[in-house]
Unconditional design. Sequence first.
Length: 456
Amino acid sequence: MQNEFSRRGFLGAAAAAGLGLGLSASRVAAQDRPRVEVCNPLLRTPLSLIIDDSCPVINKAYYWIQQRHDWRLKHEPNSPPSGWEVHYDRLGSMPNAIPAAFAAQWGDWCGAQGIRGKFSMVPFPAGVGRIDQGFPGFPPQELKDWLRVTKEIIWKNFDLTPEMLTHTHVVDLKTWKLTEQWEQGEWVDPPVDQLTEYIVAAMQLLKNVGIACEGVTSPGAFGKRKEMAHARAVLDAALQVNNNPRPFYFLNMEMEEMPTVPIRHADKAKGEAVASIIGCAGDWFGATGYDESNPDLFITADLQGGRLPAVLAKERPTILVGHWPCFYVNGQIGFKVLKEVKKRLDAYDPDKSKTIWMKNSEIGHYWMARELSDLSVTDGAGGPGRTIRIATKFPTDNFTLAIHGCTARRLQVGGTDLRQVQSQRDLGSGTFLATDKDTFVAFDLKAGDTTLSVSA
Ligand SMILES: [Zn+2]
């Protein structure tokens, strides 16, 4: 199988077997003590927006279609067009570049809306030019503007990742020439001995322009047939290039079942792990700008139907996936869908008590803390107080615990009193909420040992 262009639809056996739900990660102490459980951050369901195929300067869809067409005529002239090549006859009306000024407008809008997620930055897009060397045939100022917009506007709310080197042909790293293999074709089943070096090269090009990426995105199903080796290579490359012990990768979509956040290659002693971020919906923004584009598939106008309400109802990370070209081309068709979907998500959660927008890396770090922290509960000497100890090398913001069977009157973290709030809507980092049955507490979890003192 050469042409498995899409990441969608075949969550492999390795992924299925390794699923760690992380949602019922209760750390049960002795029977007569309150049960302590890690909840979703601030008792809200994470939302995140993944943007794939974004490149500095060029419109990746234009070059992908052109190069795939040329490749097919050369290698498989009797096979029909596949993937985005079905839009070959639209090339004449498709822009080959997307302006930095549009990226600024898009990034500003997302920032004002509170949207967070991941934004790809393909470092050698379609082999047209290296992000650290320039794009022959394009005004040098466009690349400069793209880098400024990416770093100053988009990076505030979105992780930046390579989507491997070109997102079209595999690069021969000895010559930096394009080969006849495809990153999302043959490298769905990648040569493991070259994988780390390849991901290192992708990360290094971004590093060369001042971007320490938080993880990687697979072009299509890149790495899917050797997912555990891919995950290992991502972690090793992240350590090597950016000294990042807790990166993430985006490879899988889960369109039917409920998504999870599998944590791979965890080493609790070293504080190292890699998170698999799984998209649950999309791309219904329109992909190239000429593909399916429909807000109702995300969430219907009555807020009941579509994929997002189903995932939100199960309180699972709700991660939308869109391809960058559609947000600009064909009358910004994908941007219009995003605006409508965001409006409906705001209506779904009008007081912002149910959902929380997070970057992919923030979701990864939260799930690592949830699964890889050691919690213990001890009773206070002679009183109603209790002590909860947490030992972790996996820090996260908004770490949220439920202490079941306990109504706290006072709660301290590391000797500092937390503020009591009266409703879940007001629960923020550094506060606690006590009901007649349970107590919920949220704080920023630091690496090391943390002590919570609970007075009932
Ligand atoms: Zn892609």
